[in-house]
Design a binder for this molecule. Structure first.
Ligand SMILES: [Zn+2]
Length: 141
């Protein structure tokens, strides 16, 4: 891998791209008229894919022929955020915590009250993402 490619890759990774490890239909390379499929190195920020391997830097216009890998497009989100993204915040609203834990708002309030979740004293109630994450570990998935 040459240095320009390294730099491109680093930039893409910084932009949230990840190495794509899904299965790719050989027809994809035909469609892209890729000169060197063997050198293909794919990164994806689903559903955007880039190939950094060949000199053409193939960028397919659509995802047909690519196996869907995580994160799935239909991954559960709340107001556009997934649970791990929400948990990056320090404090969560009752509705956000309820989404992460997949429990009702009233149960979050109850848990906050009894100390099962660390909550702020002031209204409106906010629970720490740390305590939510801890509860998540206790839940069998
Ligand atoms: Zn290519």
């Amino acid at each position: 891998m040459n240095s320009t490619l390294c730099r491109t890759l680093r930039k893409l990774l910084a932009d949230g791209f990840e190495q794509y490890n899904g299965i790719i239909d050989p027809a994809v390379y035909e469609r892209l008229e890729c000169p060197d499929p063997k050198k293909a190195y794919w990164v994806c920020s689903w559903p955007i894919l880039h190939c950094l391997g060949c000199r053409k830097r193939c960028t397919p216009k659509d995802i047909s022929g690519f196996q869907v890998t995580l994160p799935m497009p239909e991954e559960l989100t709340y107001e556009g955020l997934t649970a791990p993204q929400l948990l990056k915040k320090k404090l969560l609203r009752v509705d956000e915590a309820a989404f992460c834990l997949n429990i009702s708002h009233s149960l979050v309030r109850k848990w906050a009250k009894c100390g099962k979740l660390d909550a702020t004293i002031n209204k409106p109630v906010r629970v720490t993402s740390e305590s939510v994450a801890k509860e998540l570990e206790n839940i069998d998935v």
